[in-house]
Design a protein around this ligand. Structure first.
Ligand code: BTN
Length: 247
């Protein structure tokens, strides 16, 4: 599968869209060392200094729009599996909808865009640095590699150009699993790595915040949250925070 690599671009998602429109053969990836206008979820900025991974996959998608959103769970699992190949001080965990956490802080984010006929799955993974003062506390991979493995890890693994083919393979395997077997195995693998299920979460929507217990990932990709009065709310879009540190 082709990987188009750039030293600098505005956003690998935008670069991917341009290549898709110019007829590049699907699926393909774009990757840049640095982004000048990295995009996060909900219109936020994704700080994109050199040294981290910024990449976007473009895959054909002719299925339901709602099903395309489930590819972000496929991507989150692919990121986890890619990170799990390192000698880590603790296992990565997942936070709904598609953040990857290390020791409770965000190491990776996913921005999925359905462009009609194809989906762009933009992935940022902090390898060597992370920004301060983010919406959610951030971290980077080098902080979580066992000290005794650090020399090897630094030279062999941490470069984004080296990591991307491994990530691409994991994502491709997950994409095929999703097409062939549906969301059930993805959901099970996601739940096995989910942080804070059964515990309290604060859900931040565009126009309100509420607190409850994170109960389940539904088969439609929504997060089911049980409120203190026993009723449930299914969350389709929003941000989740953990009120107290839970590991
Ligand atoms: C989030 O807000 O958690 C999603 C962040 C997604 C960032 C990645 S970096 C590569 C790709 N290009 C972008 O402009 N955004 C995504």
């Amino acid at each position: 599968m082709q990987i188009f690599e750039f030293e600098e671009t505005d956003s690998t998602n935008l670069e991917a869209l341009k290549l898709y429109k110019s007829g590049a053969k699907l699926p393909f990836w774009t990757r840049a060392d640095h982004q000048s206008a990295g995009k996060g979820r909900h219109g936020r900025e994704w700080v994109s200094k050199t040294g981290n991974l910024y990449a976007s996959a473009v895959y054909p998608w002719t299925g339901e729009v709602g099903d395309a959103a489930k590819l972000s769970f496929v991507a989150a699992l692919a990121i986890c599996r890619t990170l799990e190949a390192y000698e880590l001080t603790q296992a990565p965990q997942l936070k709904w909808p598609n953040d990857v956490l290390m020791n409770g802080a965000k190491i990776s984010g996913i921005l999925l865009e359905n462009i009609g006929g194809a989906v762009i799955v933009g992935i940022g993974i902090n390898l060597l640095s992370h920004p301060e003062n983010t919406n959610y506390p951030a971290t980077h991979l080098l902080e979580h590699i066992k000290p005794e493995a650090l020399n090897d890890a630094e030279t062999i693994f941490t470069g984004a150009a080296i990591m991307l083919p491994r990530l691409a393979k994991e994502f491709d395997d997950g994409f095929k699993q999703f097409l062939n077997h549906g969301f059930a195995p993805i959901r099970a693998d996601w739940l096995a790595r989910a942080k804070g299920l059964g515990g309290d979460v604060v859900v931040r929507l565009a126009d309100e915040d509420f607190t409850g217990q994170a109960e389940d990932l539904l088969t439609n990709g929504a997060l089911r949250v049980r409120l203190s009065n026993g009723t449930v709310r299914d969350v389709y879009a929003g941000d989740v925070f953990f009120p107290v540190q839970q590991n």
